[in-house]
Design a protein around this ligand. Structure first.
Ligand SMILES: [Zn+2]
Length: 124
């Protein structure tokens, strides 16, 4: 069973504190980079995005939610986000950055995030 976290625990804060505990230093929301990445580890040339499943259309139960009111508006907005994400990640990779996208739903899974981050830091 996954651990139940406080309602006010923002996914981004969880990722930040874990990266920090692992001993990495980062910059937040660097406006000079495509997509204003949430965490930028300049020395290691690594970038971490923390995506909300709904807003960025993750392939999970939260990302598949379709609002009943203003359906068209939301669909357009969310699809736009997803397309922008793709373009930004492509640009960053072209410039030599390693990019990791962490999804909100993955943060809720016990142990998963830490494993994912460690793999990212070691392998790419
Ligand atoms: Zn998700």
């Amino acid at each position: 069973m996954s651990r139940i976290r406080g309602k006010d625990t923002k996914p981004e804060m969880v990722v930040r504190s874990m990266v920090h505990q692992m001993g990495y230093r980062y910059r937040l929301h660097d406006k000079k980079l495509p997509g204003k990445p949430d965490l930028v580890l300049k020395r290691h040339k690594k970038i971490i995005f923390v995506h909300g499943c709904f807003w960025h259309v993750h392939n999970c139960k939260y990302g598949r939610v379709k609002p009943k009111t203003n359906a068209e508006f939301w669909e357009k907005k969310r699809t736009g986000n997803r397309e922008r994400d793709k373009v930004n990640i492509k640009k960053l990779k072209k410039d030599g950055w390693s990019v990791l996208a962490v999804w909100e739903c993955q943060i809720k899974r016990e142990g998963y995030l830490e494993k994912k981050l460690r793999q990212f830091f070691v392998n790419s």
